[in-house]
Design a protein around this ligand. Structure first.
Ligand SMILES: C[S@@+](CC[C@H](N)C(=O)[O-])C[C@H]1O[C@@H](n2cnc3c(N)ncnc32)[C@H](O)[C@@H]1O
Length: 264
C-alpha cells in the first residue's frame, strides 16, 4: 500500500513539475546568446511532437551514421558527391557535408525541408530541395553515394524507384522496414497516413521482402551486403538483427534490414 502511494506521488510530482521545467527551458532558450534563427529552430524542435523531432530519431541517426563511418571511413567522403533521399531534417546529409562531401538532400515535404535548411544553413556544399520521390529524380545527375534511409517503405513502386537509384550512383547505403519473407517477388502495399510527416506523402507505402530488394539490386548489376549487427538497433523500436521466420509478418516499424550495396 505504502509503495503504491509512493509511486502515485512520484507520478503526480512528475506530471506537475513538467510544465514548470519546460517553462524554464523556454526561458533559457529565449535569453541565451543565440542567433534568432537558432532560437527559432530550437523552439520549433522542442515544441513539435512529430517523431522526426524526437530524441529516439536522433539516437537512430547516430547509429546509422556510425555504421556508414565503419563501412567507409570518414576520409572516403572528402570531395565525394552524396545524395540523401527522403532526408527529413537532413542531419545525416549535413554530417557528411561537414566531413567534406558535396551533399544534396531531397525531401518531399516543404515544411520539413524548410526547417532542415534553416538548421544546417551554415554547412558548406549542402543543399536541400523539395522533391516527390515517387517521380523520376534521375535528372539530379550522378553521385558517388546515395544514402537511402527510412524511405523505401513509403514508396509503392519500389522496383522502378530502386532502378533509378542504381542508375545514379555506384554505392547505395539503404535501410528499410521489410516483410518477413524469403520470396524475392514478395512486396505488400500498405496504407499509411499522409498527415503524419514521417510517412508516405501520398498515403501508400510498401513492405518489400529483403529478398525482393536484393533481387532488384542484382538485376541492376549491384552486390548487396546485408549488415545485421546489433549496434544498429535502437532498443526494441528499430531492430536489424532479428531472425527471419519467413511468415510474411509486416514488422510494424520494427523489423528492418540494412545494406551496403555496391556496383559489381
Ligand atoms: C521515416 S522519415 C526518415 C527521415 C530520414 N531519412 C531518417 O532516416 O532519419 C521518412 C521521410 O521520407 C519523406 N517522404 C515520404 N514520402 C516521400 C516522397 N514520396 N518523396 C519524398 N520524400 C518522402 C517523409 O517526408 C520523411 O521526411
Amino acid at each position: 500500500m505504502i509503495n503504491k502511494l509512493r509511486t502515485a506521488w512520484r507520478h503526480f510530482k512528475h506530471m506537475y513539475r513538467l510544465p514548470d521545467r519546460f517553462e524554464r527551458f523556454e526561458l533559457i532558450v529565449n535569453t541565451a546568446h543565440m542567433s534568432p534563427v537558432d532560437r527559432h529552430v530550437t523552439m520549433h524542435l522542442a515544441t513539435s511532437h512529430h517523431a522526426v523531432y524526437a530524441i529516439s530519431y536522433a539516437h537512430w541517426r547516430t547509429k546509422r551514421i556510425n555504421k556508414i563511418l565503419e563501412l567507409y571511413g570518414p576520409e572516403w567522403f572528402l570531395g565525394k558527391r552524396v545524395l540523401e533521399l527522403g532526408s527529413g531534417l537532413s542531419d545525416i546529409g549535413a554530417f557528411f557535408a561537414d566531413l567534406g562531401a558535396s551533399v544534396l538532400c531531397l525531401e518531399g515535404r516543404n515544411d520539413t525541408a524548410q526547417i532542415a535548411r534553416l538548421k544546417h544553413r551554415n554547412v558548406c556544399n549542402f543543399n536541400v530541395e523539395v522533391f516527390d520521390l515517387e517521380e523520376d529524380f534521375t535528372t539530379f545527375g550522378k553521385f558517388d553515394m546515395i544514402i537511402h534511409f527510412g524511405l523505401l517503405y513509403h514508396i509503392p513502386d519500389v522496383e522502378k524507384h530502386l532502378a533509378r537509384c542504381f542508375s545514379m550512383a555506384n554505392e547505395v547505403v539503404l535501410e528499410t522496414v521489410v516483410c518477413d519473407s524469403s520470396d524475392p517477388m514478395r512486396i505488400e502495399l500498405v496504407q499509411e497516413r499522409k498527415d503524419v510527416i514521417e510517412e508516405a506523402m501520398h498515403g501508400t507505402g510498401s513492405r518489400p521482402s529483403a529478398a525482393f530488394v536484393e533481387r532488384i539490386a542484382k538485376e541492376n548489376g549491384f552486390r548487396p551486403q546485408m549488415v545485421t549487427t546489433s549496434d544498429l538497433n535502437v532498443g526494441n523500436q528499430f531492430v536489424y538483427d532479428w531472425i527471419s521466420r519467413d511468415d510474411g509478418d509486416l514488422g510494424g516499424w520494427r523489423k528492418r534490414r540494412f545494406w551496403k550495396i555496391s556496383a559489381s
